[in-house]
Design a protein around this ligand. Structure first.
Ligand code: URA
Length: 283
C-alpha cells in the first residue's frame, strides 16, 4: 500500500518559494473550475518569457552585456575593477557597473552586504535567494533568520558583530547552484570585499563558499575545522560551517552547526576585547 502525503497549501507555497517561483506568471484571475474553452476560440495570449540574459533589446543596447563577454574577459575585467576599488563603497559601485556576469540580467537587485564592515567576523554565504533579491540585503529570508539565531546563540548580533556578504552578489534564477563559471567571474569581487573589510575571522557558510574561498570540498567533512585565508595583506583564520538552508531541511544537523558556533566563539574569546576605536584627543 502506498502512502500519499498531500502537502498543505502553506507547504506548497513554501516549496514554490524555495524553488524560486515567487511571482505569479499572469496578472489575470482565472477560474480554474470553469468549463474548458472550446478549441475553436482563439487562445488567450500567453505570458511571454523575459528575454534570456544577453538577448533582447536591453542586451543589444549594451555591447558589453554578459553574453557578449567571453568568460575569461569577464573574469579579467572583474579582477581589474575589484583591484581598483579602494573602499567598500567603491567596490559596490564597481559591481553595480559590471556587466560581465549574466546573473545580473535576471536579478532584481545587487545584494552587496549587511552588518558592520568593521566587525571581527565576516560571514560569506552562497548567493542571494528570492527574499534577498527583493530586499537587496543578504540573509534576510528563512535561512537568514536561522543564521541570526545561530549567531545570537553565541552572543553575536548581525548588525553590529558581523559583516555579511555572499560569494555571488546576484540571485541565480530559481535559486539554482551557481555555475563554476559564475563563481570564477565574481570571485575577485568577494575576495576584494574580504580584503577591504579586513576581518580577523572568515566564516564560510555552505559548500560553495567553502570551496570558492577556502578550496575545501565536502562541507560535511571540512566544516568545523580551522583553515587559513590569505587576504592579500595577511593570513586570517577561516572556518566553514553548514548552510542554514541545509539545516532547515535537515534539522538534526543543527547539532554540528552548534559545535561550529562554539568553535567560533572560543576563537573570538581568545582574541580578547577589540581595541577601542581611536578617539580625538582633547588636551
Ligand atoms: N543563502 C545564501 O547563501 N545567502 C543569502 O543571502 C541567502 C540565502
Amino acid at each position: 500500500m502506498s502512502l500519499t502525503l498531500v502537502p498543505s497549501p502553506a507547504e506548497l507555497v513554501a516549496w514554490y518559494a524555495d524553488m524560486g517561483i515567487t511571482e505569479a506568471l499572469d496578472e489575470t484571475t482565472h477560474d480554474h473550475f470553469a468549463a474548458p474553452e472550446p478549441a475553436s476560440e482563439p487562445s488567450r495570449p500567453r505570458p511571454t518569457l523575459p528575454p534570456r540574459a544577453g538577448q533582447g533589446p536591453a542586451a543589444e543596447a549594451r555591447p558589453n552585456a554578459a553574453a557578449a563577454t567571453a568568460p575569461e574577459d569577464a573574469a579579467l575585467s572583474a579582477r581589474v575593477l575589484a583591484r581598483e576599488a579602494a573602499t567598500l563603497e567603491a567596490l559596490k559601485e564597481a559591481l553595480a557597473r559590471f556587466e560581465g556576469c549574466a546573473l545580473k540580467a535576471t536579478a532584481k537587485n545587487l545584494v552587496f552586504a549587511d552588518g558592520n564592515p568593521q566587525a571581527r567576523v565576516m560571514i560569506v554565504g552562497e548567493a542571494p535567494g528570492g527574499d534577498e533579491d527583493r530586499v537587496g540585503l543578504p540573509f534576510v529570508g528563512r535561512s537568514g533568520q536561522l543564521l541570526d539565531r545561530m549567531l545570537g546563540a553565541i552572543g553575536l548580533d548581525r548588525k553590529t558583530d558581523v559583516y555579511i556578504a555572499n560569494l555571488l552578489p546576484w540571485r541565480p534564477p530559481g535559486n539554482r547552484t551557481p555555475t563554476p563559471q559564475e563563481v570564477a567571474i565574481c570571485l575577485p569581487f568577494i575576495q576584494r570585499q574580504i580584503a577591504l573589510a579586513n576581518p580577523d575571522i572568515l566564516v564560510c557558510v555552505g559548500g560553495p563558499a567553502a570551496q570558492g574561498l577556502l578550496g575545501l570540498t565536502g562541507i560535511l567533512a571540512s566544516r568545523g575545522k580551522w583553515s587559513e585565508y590569505d587576504t592579500g595583506t595577511r593570513r586570517i583564520r577561516a572556518l566553514a560551517t553548514l548552510h542554514p538552508a541545509y539545516l532547515l531541511r535537515q534539522p538534526l544537523q543543527k547539532r554540528l552547526a552548534w559545535r561550529d558556533m562554539r568553535t567560533l566563539k572560543a576563537a573570538l574569546d581568545a582574541l580578547g576585547a577589540p581595541e577601542p576605536a581611536p578617539t580625538a584627543r582633547v588636551d
